[in-house]
Ligand binder design. Sequence first.
Ligand SMILES: Nc1nc2c(ncn2[C@@H]2O[C@H](COP(=O)(O)O[C@H]3[C@@H](O)[C@H](n4cnc5c(=O)[nH]c(N)nc54)O[C@@H]3COP(=O)(O)O)[C@@H](O)[C@H]2O)c(=O)[nH]1
Length: 858
Amino acid sequence: MHEFSSKGFGRRVTLPMSGMVVATVFLVLVFALISAHRQNSLAVESSTQLAETAISVKEREIARNLKDYAVWEDAYRNLHENLDLAWAATDGNVGANIYTGLGYEMAFVVSPEGKTVYAVMNGEPGAPVDAFATIPTGLRELVARGAVDAEPAVGFLRSGSDAFLVAATAIVLPSADRAALPPSSRSVLIFAKKFDAKFLARIGEEYLLQNLRIVPSATASLGAAVPLRSLDGADLGFVSWSPEKPGTDLLRFLLPPMAISLVAFGLFAFLVLRHTKRSAAEIETSARTIEAYARTLEDSEARFRDVAEASSDWIWESDRDMRMVYFSARFTEVTGLAAAGVLGRTLEQFFVIERADEAWQSRAQALRAQESFRDLRCRYHDASGLLRVCRLAARPIVDHAGSFAGYRGTATDITSEVEAQARATHLALHDALTGLPNRVLFHQRLGQALEADADERSRLAVLCLDLDHFKEVNDTLGHAAGDILLQEVGQRLNACILPSDTVARLGGDEFAIVQNGVNQPLEANALSRRILESLNRPYMVDGSELHVGVSIGVAFAEAENDGADALLKNADIALYRAKQSGRATMRVFEPRMDIELQARKALEYDLRQALARNQLEVHYQPLVELENGRIAGVEALARWRHPEHGLVPPSSFIPLAEDTGLIVGIGEWVLRTACAQAAAWPELRVAVNLSPIQFRHSELVETVRQVLVDTGLAPHRLELEITESVLLHDAAAAREILTALKETGVFIVMDDFGTGYSSLGYLNSFPFDKIKIDKSFISDLSAEKSNAIVRSVIGLGQSLNMITTAEGVETPEQVEFLLREGCEQVQGYHFGRPIPADAMTTLIGGWTNDLGEGRSAA
Ligand SMILES: Nc1nc2c(ncn2[C@@H]2O[C@H](COP(=O)(O)O[C@H]3[C@@H](O)[C@H](n4cnc5c(=O)[nH]c(N)nc54)O[C@@H]3COP(=O)(O)O)[C@@H](O)[C@H]2O)c(=O)[nH]1
């Protein structure tokens, strides 16, 4: 495209125009100046001629006047033949009148002998003046010529510093033949006119020559001059004047209006140019805009081409019958299909509209109504036969008549997007570790199931599952092993359910199942049994055989229950109850469970306040040496004096304290209180129970050490009772802690021996000082089996050099049996119930050695 610019316009139009204007002005000026100069020159020329004429006239005039006096008979008689001065001067014939009348300053009569015989100087006749002395140069030659010439000889001669126009001629009779007269016989009359300022002024007036004057040189001329030369060629100066200057006058006349016209023209030209320039600039702007539009259009087309070819979209067109008539090149690149093979097929033959698309109906309607549509999701088969997903958008093509002529639109292959979306949805709804539905999907499924009618709802059961001892697997074998275990659990659960059921991992070791059973609650029971049986089977993880059970809580949907959350909560309460019931079991939700749970929560709340409000107490139960009946020590047992419920036994709040972690604070408080109390008693030992939770607490050893220091109790007077469960968790760590505790000097007691695994290995490999036989064996001593167990434990203690204590001794028969079997210590109601510290202080003071009487402390 031709570039149009205001600069270019300036170069092409403004400058030539300005040049022409300047050239015109210059030419007019030059012509005016030349013309003025020529006119001035002509004026000088003509005034010079005039000046020359004037001089010539004055020459002729002096010659004529001279001749009038010289060619006169009276003059011949009185000035030549006889010199009659009276005639000349007195009579005034050739006297003062020469000056006053004719204006000649000098008049001389020179005799034939060349002598000045008469002179009139400035109107004074008869002055003895020698003409040749007055006019020393050139006069003789002039006189000589005048003497012979028919006409007076005229010329300019200098007298002093003045120039004179001098004329000389012979005095003759008018009738005389000059040629016949010898020159030597002639007297000559001379007139001289001084060329002074006055004379020149008069000439100037006559001949209109301004400022006529004599100047010494041409350079001093007033503008025009003619030289004055004497007859001998001597320089007498110049007659100069101020010639008229019509050219200059003309210029003076012309230049101002011309200048004004020029300025006006220049201004006009400037305005025209400026306007033109502005117009040019506007045109240029327009041209640029058009150019920019054109470029934008080109860019847009290029962009469209690039986008069309570079994007995954392809462009398609259909005719009014929806038959495909055009595909862009991208179509083949994306689908692998040849456009020719598809052209001619209808839109709906190639694209299958996805009816699952939420808004598909309105979009499909728009398509049929020949309106614009977008986001119409379709499927199609690519060249390899794979089903792919694309999104269509199109606008109707309208022909010149305004009728629908087909569609033009884009198709975007969104297969990857849809797949990614599906993956994301799966991830959002499934547990990454097990692949099971997660809590979100579980809620969706449960919600959907609950939307069914009352009949179907009554078949619905929710099972909440929690693995038993999973935390221990995680803690001992690490999280990787825990993950493998969870995956295995997921697979086993999946194997237990029916396809209509949903099993989900809610988090950690919690799972849940939505079961659709025709015969509820039978089917839920059956499923629970299957799960208990399946999950109880050992797991092989990293070459180790692991055992984890599962606790199950089941809740059934009521015809009008409160929804998914309520159902799940009920199942969770039932699960809690299953856990409380010793794990590895199932419980079905009952409404009272909820009440109990609420009560437990209230209790938990109160327990949190108990320590701060001094509601806890320590009671002491004596430990008696069976052989001599003396009190060997006391067991410190926690009590909670609740403001409303009265004295709460530890069995009601210790498990709660353990579940909530409050046991750490409570346990330390019991330890400190018991040690402080024991320090006040004589050489009695005090036994304090350590919860497994306390045992796992990292600061246990330090706490014990510090309490002993603080209370001043000798370490050997403190017995710490632990149960087997402490050892189960992490045997190595337990050994380390027990050893550290042992090093402080305290006694370590194995409590409730016989209730757990009762591994003899524990007794051997851990530093126990005492074994306490659980009261369940003592109360059952009538049974043969219990007898045997108690006997063997006593024997074991003896062989391991450990003290054996039997707890829960209530009858003399039991005492007798234990005495017989060699049991060293006893504890039980037979000897005394747990009592407050004051009562124990009193009891210790009054205690006798009377075993036979079996006095009770309670
Ligand atoms: N971690 C802690 N545990 C504690 C603490 N205080 C108590 N406990 C544990 O609570 C359980 C129940 O204790 P308690 O209700 O005090 O019962 C003790 C005795 O009263 C009871 N006992 C004693 N003699 C008899 C008897 O002849 N018959 C009978 N039925 N019961 C009797 O036995 C309990 C003491 O048992 P043990 O600890 O195994 O020696 C109990 O397990 C306590 O350990 C505490 O501060 N921390």
